[in-house]
Design a binder for this molecule. Sequence first.
Ligand SMILES: *[C@@H]1O[C@H](CO)[C@@H](O)[C@H](O)[C@H]1NC(C)=O
Ligand SMILES: *[C@@H]1O[C@H](CO)[C@@H](O)[C@H](O)[C@H]1NC(C)=O
Ligand SMILES: *[C@@H]1O[C@H](CO)[C@@H](O)[C@H](O)[C@H]1NC(C)=O
Ligand SMILES: *[C@@H]1O[C@H](CO)[C@@H](O)[C@H](O)[C@H]1NC(C)=O
Ligand SMILES: *[C@@H]1O[C@H](CO)[C@@H](O)[C@H](O)[C@H]1NC(C)=O
Ligand SMILES: *[C@@H]1O[C@H](CO)[C@@H](O)[C@H](O)[C@H]1NC(C)=O
Ligand SMILES: *[C@@H]1O[C@H](CO)[C@@H](O)[C@H](O)[C@H]1NC(C)=O
Length: 583
Amino acid sequence: MFSRLLPVWSFFLLLTTLHPVAAVWPAPQSYTKGNTTLYLNQNIKVTYNGAFLPYTYGYVPSGFSSKEVVQAGVSRALSGIFESKFVPWVLHKPNSKFEPDVYQGQNWLKTLEIIQKAEDKPSAFKPLDNEVDESYNLTISTAGDVKLTAISSIGILRGLETFTQLFYQHSTGTSWYTPYAPVAIQDAPKFPHRGILLDTARHFFPVDDILRTIDAMAWSKLNRLHIHVTDSQSWPLVIPALPELSSKGAHHPSETYSPADIERIQKYGVHRGVEVYFEIDMPGHIGVVSLSHPELIVAYNEQPYYWWCAQPPCGAFKLNNSAVDDFLEKLFDDLFPRLHPYSAYFHTGGDELNKNDSMLDEGIRSNKSEVLQPLLQKFIDTQHSRVRKAKLTPVVWEEIPLEWNVTIGKDTVVQSWLGGASVKKLTAMGHKVIDSNYNFWYLDCGRGQWLSWDNGLAFETGYPFNDWCNPVKSWRLIYSHDPTAGLTEEEAKLVLGGELAVWSETIDPMNLDTIVWPRASAAGEVLWSGRIDPATGQNRSQIEATPRLNEFRERLVKRGVRASPIQMQFCVQGEAWECEYPM
Ligand SMILES: *[C@@H]1O[C@H](CO)[C@@H](O)[C@H](O)[C@H]1NC(C)=O
Ligand SMILES: *[C@@H]1O[C@H](CO)[C@@H](O)[C@H](O)[C@H]1NC(C)=O
Ligand SMILES: *[C@@H]1O[C@H](CO)[C@@H](O)[C@H](O)[C@H]1NC(C)=O
Ligand SMILES: *[C@@H]1O[C@H](CO)[C@@H](O)[C@H](O)[C@H]1NC(C)=O
Ligand SMILES: *[C@@H]1O[C@H](CO)[C@@H](O)[C@H](O)[C@H]1NC(C)=O
Ligand SMILES: *[C@@H]1O[C@H](CO)[C@@H](O)[C@H](O)[C@H]1NC(C)=O
Ligand SMILES: *[C@@H]1O[C@H](CO)[C@@H](O)[C@H](O)[C@H]1NC(C)=O
């Protein structure tokens, strides 16, 4: 045991940190708990700003008033406790006594008093990053009174999720309890933008899979779902003004999102404090438009693909063709007014534009940066002014400012993925940044190639068939990444947060959950709680985090998400130190 090597005082410190800690993922900024057991039943009296709030099972709000959002949050929190049937034997040694004696007299939770200290601004339900205050305080007294305070209804949702995670079901099957009273929590997020990017073009994800992903995001206190909705491989998005886009561009008519589907996904997110925003990646990654509008696209399905793009079937907008503009005007006039009620952002893409494509464009015939750059600048200026006119804020991939030197507006958010010094460069230039460093936060990586190699020399070239971003980003690696590492204080302020990328070449509804969860939750803790633990001033420790993530993973599974295990069951049932690398 390594503790022998350390001074006596640290032994006590270690004892407290090594002991299985209770619940709550991501870690609250400050959290104290006791050891009194309190039971919960459906008679708990819930009030919201003094008014009685009925616990309506399965309550789904019809609108977006603060009261409806809070009432739905209470309904989900309580049914999350009553229905998930989480008897936590799996967190304890076999044959150990891990639960209270239910026949020894039960002390009940009596009241859940919810106080929202300010009125929600209209932007609370479709905020720009930093526009909504998600902080909350939660206390549970040994006398059975719960108090939850927040500034916004979204903060209340965050606090209700924390509340849910304090409870277990008793093995008798008809009692629910928290063993942790009294509880005192003060909490607020480190970063305002805590997201997942879901690619629905390489594989289609039915609405239900997206809604389940939104649920698990809200449980992890993630709050932005970025849907990379189209790419060169498919166009699943139905645009009533341009129906040929999806009728010719979807993988199959069954694999499309109608306007009603999009609205349903966005509203579902709003009710859970998860803002859903969309990306139409351009001017590259848009080859699929060639199937309905071949005159707008260059290099579609050209071979060998790697001369023209990063993966088949290639295709980019022609950058010197006014028909592209007319097309985009029609597209955006249809789409933006439908997205605007529920999102603040629209992502115009801009990654991996290959200079060679314009060699094939009869309107340009050049692959020279100095020829292409002004055309791209004009393209971005025009499209971003359309985004702004629709009262949305543009987001672009980092290549637009860093590789192409395109000037973008002060409002524009830049999503970084290439790692290295990119975030530093972007923030030094004064850009607001979302970090998706592929070395840490690409969840698709490390599971091998999807390209096939012929026998012979090709086989030798490809062997052992790793993918470009090998290896897998384990939760530990994901958890080690601090998006603000190496930045000055001024630069760090410009980092709005990050997104985990779910590029879906080899991901579909069958393996979505196991690939995303609980790894996205690990980044969720970095983004909500911060990489540095304010209590110690040190990087958060895997040893402290592991039992909590094990517990959170069990809760994900109990709540209907097929999350992967992160340790063998011996470790889940054991003490953290038993599965610690013995230095
Ligand atoms: C509960 O906590 C109190 C105060 O820290 C302590 O004195 C007591 O021994 C604990 N009881 C149990 C059963 O752990
Ligand atoms: C939480 O409690 C702290 C300390 O009392 C207080 O400063 C803060 O305003 C409270 N926050 C909320 C959302 O109630
Ligand atoms: C661009 O295309 C030419 C053929 O026209 C090819 O030789 C060259 O390698 C391509 N450039 C890149 C970066 O692939
Ligand atoms: C530009 O095109 C020329 C001629 O095909 C080719 O040799 C060169 O590699 C291309 N440059 C890039 C950056 O692809
Ligand atoms: C763009 O097209 C116009 C004619 O439509 C032509 O005059 C101009 O030279 C082209 N620009 C480039 C960079 O090729
Ligand atoms: C952008 O600027 C960098 C640094 O000045 C330069 O190396 C690069 O060639 C420029 N790219 C374009 C497309 O002008
Ligand atoms: C946290 O870990 C990073 C490496 O992941 C390291 O560079 C940094 O110094 C550590 N911070 C502290 C406060 O220990």
